[in-house]
Design a protein around this ligand. Sequence first.
Ligand code: ADP
Length: 256
Amino acid sequence: MLEALHVSKNYTQGRWYSRKKFSIAALNDVSLKIDACSTLALIGESGAGKSTLGRCLSRLETPDSGEVRFEGTNLFTLSPKDLRAIRRKIQFVFQDAAAALNPRFSACDAIEEPLLIQNMLTRKERRRRALETMEQVGLSIQSAPRSILEFSGGQRQRLAIARALVLKPRLLLLDEALSSLDFDTQARLTNLLLDLRVRFELSYLFITHDLRLAARMADHIAVMRRGAIVESGKADALFAKPQHPYTQSLLQATPG
Ligand code: ADP
């Protein structure tokens, strides 16, 4: 479904008070594949390049070299019209995603907004689709008129998932989407994501530094270190018998 081929991305960094700049290879020749209806977890420590890869895969960022193909189409050579259609199919959920929303929004407004931006459906249909999506993510439709500020952390992530789902995507990129939640809320949202994946035949790229979440969510794992994938494979096999010393050290550092 989604394929990255030899993707590289450098950033220029430097201190504001110094003219000295240096280049950081955030991604160095990364290739990976996400199959239809499956979950790939991208694991590794902070700074490994996971988010940069997620942004390149969803075209929020342009790689310096390499290709990203979605259902066979190169994402970086699309016409604006085709790009718009593909943007609906690939949706992103960040950590604390609802914090970036307009605080004056009601829950329903927040879920409807992507439909409005995409100029989809009539007003009445948009509202109906938003309410339907609220139910799908386990939010009561009685809370639709409430301000998003009144929602708890877990409910706000449900809202963020609903905002992504309302466009009926094929692929969700979940970047540390459960990381700021407490253990019980994480468990409930993991179950929700697993259900939604089956129900809507979705694929997930699940970016996390938490190996236990990766093990629960994913059927395939890719381990990133310093901008490169050092090991990848089926989750069961990789966790049972990690080959790369870095994967071994990550597993040893994970309690239980
Ligand atoms: P991760 O998601 O694994 O924590 P990131 O993709 O955020 O890693 O970062 C990878 C590297 O790229 C880090 O060294 C980070 O400082 C650098 N980086 C990421 N985004 C930018 C940016 N917009 N400008 C400059 N450097 C960046």
